[in-house]
Design a protein. Structure first.
Length: 432
């Protein structure tokens, strides 16, 4: 059997396993080891499993993932999300659609210390959704805003997905984090403009909340110092070259822990719960990561990345035509798997194509994360949609998808904007 046919059968087997609800990491590992064993023998394949697993979990660079997850877990447990929402609501809640705008602002702030889209969506389903419903916001809009705001968790640094992309492609994680700042701010502003446009187009659809007094606003702003300090400390330290991304993750986790203790927001059970949550998430991430590395070895010996590069660059549709095909592939895969699995599975295949076409790898990382964001909310699967459904049990899936449609349009416009103006992602890293 030719290596091309073996590679095709490997992909077919992978998607069949995923359709059978086998976890993505396990499916990639099984297919990778099985394919490698068929082509190279059983003994090398078994050695590869042990060596890959040990090397991955003991690699210093990979420590950035669990440490940033721990930082986000401490920040969530200590109530920083509620403080952000209260401050944003005090400043913006009196506007038409103000609670929705405040939710986006709070999601952006929380993303800066969390790094997880799922955690951001789940947290604000509990924090912001009841407030919006109490003030008469339609259920579709309330859930749609939270689903869209949740996607900011993987764009605004520190981002777990950007960190994994950097590890896979051997790009500077610090530069990737800094490159995500301006696109992340643009994302927040465009979501806010979308809500404002909806509010003015249909005046009775989004009510305005009560106007807070200046005293209430000042009081609410005093509560967000911890979030601002933590973000400035971590990202400022990376930008200024004070420490590496892995060191920044460790400092951030320690900082979130100490701030929680100093403010008496972390009890013994809270600390244990945060540690267990971060451990469970890390185990899930590393399972996917190890499975993808094993699958990558299988692809390497079949020379799939090289053949895909030759095929795509030989289509004669120009480099932006090839880029459009790659992004379309990500939108389709968004119907089948979560963001991290998409990145880990596909980047080893498409990254050589991107380098061959002359695109900047840092810019491409931001483009991929933005496209993956869209996959988190577009039909028919949308990971964030099901996260919100698990919290807001009385909401129908169709209702949430209806509410998120305007933000899907916004995401597409933002993606086009970043493709047209790469400087939005590359200006800050160029100053490091």
């Amino acid at each position: 059997m030719s290596t091309d046919l073996v590679a095709v059968l490997g992909f077919v087997a992978l998607f069949v396993l995923m359709l059978l609800r086998v976890p993505v990491g396990m499916a990639m590992g099984l297919v990778g080891v099985g394919g490698f064993a068929y082509l190279s023998g059983g003994t090398p394949a078994l050695k590869m499993v042990g060596q890959t697993s040990m090397r991955t979990v003991t690699d210093w660079n990979f420590a950035v993932v669990p440490l940033f997850l721990l930082m986000g877990s401490f920040a969530t447990t200590s109530g920083m999300s509620r403080e952000l929402f209260r401050a944003a609501n005090a400043l913006l809640g009196h506007l038409r659609g103000g609670l929705g705008i405040a939710t986006i602002a709070a999601c952006g702030g929380f993303a800066a210390i969390c790094g997880s889209s799922v955690a951001t969506a789940a947290t604000f389903s509990r924090v912001a959704y009841p407030e919006m419903r109490n003030y008469g916001y339609p259920q579709s809009f309330a859930t749609g805003v939270i689903a869209a705001g949740g996607t900011l968790g993987i764009m605004i640094p520190p981002s777990t997905v950007l960190a994994v992309y950097g590890l896979i492609t051997q790009q500077d994680i610090g530069k990737l984090f800094v490159a995500g700042i301006i696109p992340g701010i643009v994302a927040v502003l465009m979501y806010m403009l979308t809500i404002t446009a909806i509010g003015y187009a249909w005046p009775g659809y989004l009510p305005a909340g009560p106007r807070a007094t200046w005293r209430e606003r000042r009081a609410s702003l005093r509560d967000v110092w911890a979030t601002l300090l933590l973000f400035a400390f971590v990202i400022g330290g990376i930008y200024g070259g004070l420490f590496t991304p892995t060191e920044a993750a460790g400092m951030g986790a320690a900082g979130a822990f100490l701030i929680g203790l100093a403010r008496r927001r972390l009890s013994g059970p809270d600390i244990l719960r945060s540690l267990l949550e971060a451990t469970r998430t890390t185990a899930a991430v590393f399972t996917v990561l190890i499975g993808a590395i094993l699958f990558g070895y299988f692809l390497t010996i079949t020379q799939t990345p090289q053949k895909v590069t030759e095929f795509l660059t030989g289509l004669g549709i120009g480099r932006y035509g090839v880029l459009a095909l790659i992004l379309l592939m990500y939108l389709v895969l968004g119907c089948l798997m979560d963001a991290l699995a998409m990145i880990i599975l596909t980047v080893p295949i498409v990254f050589p194509v991107i380098l061959q076409l002359g695109f900047d790898p840092i810019w491409f990382g931001i483009i991929i994360v933005m496209t993956v964001e869209l996959g988190l909310i577009h039909p028919p699967v949308g990971m964030n949609i099901f996260v919100i459904k698990s919290v807001v049990e009385d909401a129908k899936i169709s209702t949430i998808f209806y509410g998120v449609l305007p933000f899907i349009v916004t995401d597409i416009l933002r993606l086009v904007l970043l493709i047209a103006f790469p400087i939005l992602a590359l200006w800050l890293p160029s100053k490091m």
